[in-house]
Design a binder for this molecule. Structure first.
Ligand code: UGA
Length: 456
């Protein structure tokens, strides 16, 4: 169902955003950039101080510049005073983290805390207020957890002086600003028509004639859309990795040619078909696990999703196996890992496949040296002093027996065959992200890549 009101119901300009992580901060900065007055709320005082000084606490392309400008123009500022933030805004977005638990359920403690605080503040608030959940939650959460908490703490029913909507976010880390400024669709999960109209108006005000298609639906459907969207993309990646594993066993076959060709079929599409180390980050693994968890709770056995997860969990292991095939025992061998972030253009190492590769090489008693242009600081917290840290790609591969390309940072693409031949002790290169042309990387350099028949 898609509905477009003919004229704005009222001008909306004041937005509060609860939780200033990747999603919250990028959303805040983009709303401010679009001319809204934005107040950010977080419990981390150091984070608040940094943002108010115009310094981004995370790395994201263009974020620094937009943040500095928004803070300078006083379009964005942050506080830990949720009550003040709520009172001085018309709409509040909840963008706190919902990390995965061991059993696949999502941690709701931050979302619940935000809901309670918002509920308390709504108790005395007179004007209409819209609360929008943007954090990823499993189907039924807005209706059965968040809404009842806000009702309990405000002492008022949803649909009276306030409403609650679920509005998922589809931004990708590494291109978050670009994605928020140019969304391909907006999904609004609403309990009441008034609240959906209100939120659609806000987005109309934000994007003007470039407003993308707006899908209006129920909150639980919107919650499922978010998880299903990510699970489908994860499935494409696991499919590509399955084909890659088959390719590695057939002479003269390359997965890159296969996925390129099948991607041209409009029914398949070329995006998210890159075979490699598998998906990581704070979203795909969490959403696939979450969907498995909820399916099982509903007494449905999600065999496809379990297979997606299983294929993904084996990909890092496959790379270490490749090294074993090329080098024999890994004990005492020096291994360089280029790239630690779960993907390029981010400093995030959450659920990064590179970290799993590093740990598995350590388990095999290899000596590991790592390099990442942005994520070393975060990786140190996970790998501690068990590995050595290099300050450049060339330093990282100096004197090693094997190098694994684990994240496709642009600067690694610039490395040439001669760099590996000159620097490494026994030049053996495993391209787990398919950034090099196999035709250029043969000869004296032992080269193998995901989805490439061995010996190519
Ligand atoms: C993902 C979705 O793409 C966003 O739309 C969504 O908003 C976000 O999750 C979220 O739920 O908040 P993100 O996790 O930032 O975004 O990163 P992606 O670009 O989707 O990549 C995820 C992982 O898949 C990375 O580890 C990447 O290396 C891997 N990948 C991606 C592949 O292995 N092959 C591909 O072809 C594409």
């Amino acid at each position: 169902m898609s509905f477009r009101p003919k004229r704005p119901l009222r001008p909306i300009t004041r937005i509060s955003i609860f939780g200033l992580g990747y999603v919250g901060l990028c959303t805040a900065v983009c709303f401010a950039h679009k001319g809204f007055s934005v107040i950010g709320v977080d419990v981390d005082l150091r984070r608040i101080k940094a943002i108010n000084e115009g310094k981004a606490p995370i790395y994201e392309p263009s974020l620094d510049e937009l943040l500095r400008r928004s803070v300078g123009l006083k379009m964005l500022w942050c506080t830990d005073d949720y009550e003040y933030a709520l009172r001085t805004s018309d709409v509040s977005f909840i963008t706190v983290g919902t990390p995965s638990q061991r059993n696949g359920a999502l941690t709701l403690k931050y979302a619940k805390a935000a809901a309670k605080n918002i509920g308390k503040s709504l108790r005395t608030n007179r004007s209409y207020h819209l609360v929008v959940i943007k954090s990823t939650v499993l189907p039924g959460t807005t209706e059965n957890v968040i809404k009842p908490l806000i009702e309990e703490f405000s002492g008022k029913k949803c649909g009276s002086t306030y409403d609650v909507c679920f509005n998922p976010e589809f931004l990708r880390q590494g291109s978050a600003i670009e994605d928020v400024l140019n969304p391909d669709r907006i999904i609004i999960g609403e309990f009441t028509k008034k609240s959906g109209d209100f939120l659609e108006c806000l987005y109309r005000e934000c994007y003007g004639p470039r407003l993308p298609p707006v899908i209006r639906t129920r909150p639980s459907t919107a919650e499922l859309i978010k998880c299903a969207n990510n699970a489908f993309l994860a499935m494409k990646i696991s499919f590509a990795n399955t084909i890659a594993n088959i390719c590695e066993r057939i002479a003269d076959v390359d997965v890159v040619a296969v996925t390129k060709a099948i991607g041209l079929d409009a029914r398949i599409g070329s995006l998210f078909l890159d075979a490699g180390l598998g998906y990581g980050g704070s979203c795909f693994p969490k959403d696939v696990r979450g969907l498995i968890y909820i399916s099982e709770k509903l007494r449905y056995s999600p065999i496809l999703l379990r297979a997606v997860e299983k294929v993904n969990s084996l990909q890092p292991h496959r790379i270490v196996e490749m090294a074993r095939t090329l080098l024999g025992s890994l004990q005492g061998k020096r291994v360089a890992i280029l790239g630690l972030a779960f993907k390029p253009n981010t400093d995030d190492v959450r659920d990064s496949a590179s970290i799993r590769v590093a740990k598995e090489f350590l388990d095999k008693k290899a000596k590991v040296i790592v390099y990442d242009p942005m994520a070393t600081k975060n990786a140190r917290k996970l790998l501690e002093n068990k590995v050595k840290y290099a300050s450049s790609a060339i330093e990282c591969i100096d004197g090693v027996d094997c190098c694994v390309i684990a994240t496709e940072w642009p600067e690694f693409r610039a490395l040439r065959r001669k760099d590996f031949l000159c620097c490494m002790r026994t030049p053996t290169l495993i391209d787990a992200r398919r950034i090099y042309d196999p035709d250029e990387f043969g000869g004296k350099l032992k080269f193998w890549a995901t989805g490439l028949a061995k010996g190519a």
